[in-house]
Design a protein around this ligand. Structure first.
Ligand SMILES: NC(=O)c1ccc[n+]([C@@H]2O[C@H](COP(=O)([O-])OP(=O)(O)OC[C@H]3O[C@@H](n4cnc5c(N)ncnc54)[C@H](O)[C@@H]3O)[C@@H](O)[C@H]2O)c1
Length: 357
């Protein structure tokens, strides 16, 4: 079916895992099981059909270098599981806007002599079709600015962060009017706290238990977690993660969910504590206490590879506005929340052309 030409906003840990993964699985056979992907061949797009054609960051250690080097540059600290060959894609400087929070301002190095480029023009010149947003949490202005650049350049948008675009009526309309698809918001990791928490909650609701209280605490040691010490940048992250869990319970549950601390020596390891208190027959109390430990960034790489290919299918089919099926499957705060298995079935139907969006 040809290539899927992708531009990346924010060359951090998640971009690193995504780009490594695309190259790591390039030789998978069409029907091979690849952990983390719905299919090696997704609607006739193979993993290797994803081609990175443009990238933007603000850190002087990344700007001006080839994307294949930038993904391993400090302060990135995720695992190297594949050495990506030269991609002949320079990382360009975008405008910082609200990308840098107060707790990472000494960690992200900005060279004032490097001037931001005309992002829409670079997108146009590169032939990019799908723009993937991996900015830091709290970059609301920057996310909206890049979403507009994508529209101006005629690109679809995949929003991996909790600054709401695909789930926000104003932006749904903008993408609809531009005749472009948009997917998001806030990618849901493959084996992450949200999917584990959602699944446990759904199990309890299905088994007729009453859920009285629940919390989910996350800690990590990368720039994502360092940035998220700033409670002012966290409101949408808490909303996104909380709504994913609350959506499965038919009554209001006291929930406390979100990133809780930065522990530098954990680097890209993320630790999550999920705790649920409830009652079953005879008002008998129970508690569930789960600890999950993962390497954070590869956990979203496969999901985003699928989201990119679904969005490209949307472009090919002339679908504009929010992509409901892939958003419900791959993101925590989609336009329409669904239990995991329903969302997965919707995506399969979308691939087969049995659901239009
Ligand atoms: N499993 C996951 O890893 C996961 C899940 C859900 C959401 N996310 C979200 O994905 C995003 C990226 O995560 P990450 O771990 O790669 O973070 P990161 O801190 O490693 O990367 C962010 C990158 O954005 C760059 N940046 C900052 N402002 C910019 C601007 N104005 N223009 C261009 N680039 C800019 C930074 O220099 C950095 O390279 C975060 O918002 C995170 O919460 C990740």
């Amino acid at each position: 079916m040809g290539k899927v030409k992708v531009a990346i906003i924010g060359v951090g840990n998640c971009s690193s895992a995504l780009i490594q993964g695309v190259h790591y699985y390039k030789n998978a056979s069409m029907d091979e099981f690849v952990p983390g992907l719905l299919h090696a061949d997704f609607g006739d797009y193979h993993v290797k059909d994803i081609k990175f054609v443009a990238a933007f960051d603000i850190d002087s250690r990344k700007v001006g270098t080839d994307l294949s080097n930038a993904i391993y540059s400090k302060p990135n600290n995720t695992k190297t599981f594949y050495k990506v060959p030269n991609l002949n894609v320079d990382v360009y400087k975008g405008p910082p806007l609200d990308g840098v929070g107060k707790y990472v301002k000494d960690v992200i190095k900005i060279d004032p002599n490097q001037k931001p480029v005309d992002v829409a023009r670079v997108l146009n010149d590169s032939g990019a079709e799908v723009v993937v947003n991996y900015l830091p949490v709290g970059s609301d202005k920057a996310t909206q600015w890049y979403a507009q650049q994508a529209i101006d350049a005629g690109c679809a948008f995949v929003n991996c962060i909790p600054s709401f675009i695909a789930s926000e009526p104003k932006w749904q309309k903008k993408f609809e009017e531009a005749k472009l698809p948009v997917a998001g918001d806030d990618v849901m990791s493959q084996v992450g706290a949200t999917v584990v928490h959602k699944t446990l909650i759904k199990l309890l609701v299905d088994r007729g238990a009453v859920i009285d209280e629940s919390y989910q605490l996350n800690i990590g040691g990368d720039t994502d977690f360092q940035n998220m010490i700033d409670e002012d940048r966290l409101a949408s992250k808490r909303k996104s993660k909380t709504s994913a869990v609350q959506s499965l319970v038919p009554y209001k549950v006291p929930l406390h969910i979100g990133p809780s601390d930065f522990v530098p020596f954990l680097e890209n390891t993320k630790i999550m504590y999920v705790w649920i208190k409830g009652r079953y027959f005879g008002n008998t109390p129970f508690k569930i206490d789960v600890k999950l430990e993962v390497l954070d960034s590869p956990n979203s790489g496969g999901i985003v590879i699928d989201a990119i290919r679904a969005t490209k299918l949307g472009l090919d089919r002339g679908i504009s506005g929010p992509l409901i099926s892939i958003s419900a499957y791959a993101f925590k705060h989609p336009p329409r929340q669904q239990p995991y298995e329903v969302a997965k079935q919707w995506v399969e139907m979308f691939i087969e052309g049995k659901r239009d969006r």
